[in-house]
Design a protein around this ligand. Structure first.
Ligand SMILES: CC(C)(COP(=O)(O)OP(=O)(O)OC[C@H]1O[C@@H](n2cnc3c(N)ncnc32)[C@H](O)[C@@H]1OP(=O)(O)O)[C@@H](O)C(=O)NCCC(=O)NCCS
Length: 175
């Protein structure tokens, strides 16, 4: 859709992103996670994407660099999420555009893989696969069935390993 534009966040977007996350999710955990990640030394505004529809911010997705400990050594991959679209604008393809833009960004930054925790059926529509096929483990308690992944560089997830998730992410999963 041509009237949906996805771009990286700027300082002027921070309040609007908060509103999007608070309106899309039941509680405040996701909005708090995004706010906390923004304060982390590792945060890069280019990996926090907003969707504008008719000039208003109606969607957001965060990409966070996480380490995957493989037998062959550590690799950096991306965790996609939280992702949110304001309820009044859902089913317009905004979420789909956010995922596409997030994958383009991940490729442009030369990451080899992206994983997502939650709503596996939704992400499978966008080409993600059940992460169980790669035998991943996680630093916090995560249901294997909830995780999907996509290799952007073939072999990145092969052989499995432990993904070190931000400790705060537990609040996003469990509220
Ligand atoms: C999930 C979400 C991001 C989808 O955004 P969206 O802009 O409506 O997505 P799209 O328009 O691209 O796609 C909508 C399709 O996805 C499907 N879909 C939405 N949520 C889904 C889910 N949890 N599981 C499977 N399919 C889902 C819908 O059936 C819909 O299909 P339809 O339009 O043919 O009925 C949005 O509904 C949202 O913010 N939800 C609350 C927060 C959330 O759960 N975020 C994702 C987890 S991090």
């Amino acid at each position: 859709m041509t009237d949906i534009q996805v771009r990286s966040e700027t300082n002027d977007d921070i309040r609007a992103i908060d509103v999007v996350n608070l309106s899309a999710f039941q509680g405040e955990a996701e909005a708090r996670f995004v706010t906390n990640m923004r304060k982390s030394a590792d945060f890069k505004p280019e990996t926090s994407l907003v969707a504008e529809f008719n000039g208003r911010i109606v969607g957001h997705v965060l990409l966070t660099r996480v380490t995957m400990r493989k037998d062959s050594g550590d690799v950096s991959i991306l965790l996609l999420g939280p992702m949110s679209v304001v309820p009044s604008q859902s089913h317009r393809g905004i979420g789909t555009e956010l995922i596409k833009a997030a994958l383009d960004k991940a490729k442009a930054l030369h990451f080899g893989a992206v994983i997502v925790i939650g709503h596996p059926d939704y992400y499978k529509r966008a080409g993600f696969e059940a992460a169980s096929k790669w035998n991943l483990r996680y630093s916090i308690n995560v249901l294997d069935d909830a995780v999907t992944g996509m290799e952007l560089i073939k072999g990145t997830l092969e052989g499995g390993g432990e993904v070190i998730l931000p400790p705060d992410f537990a609040s996003v999963i469990y509220g």
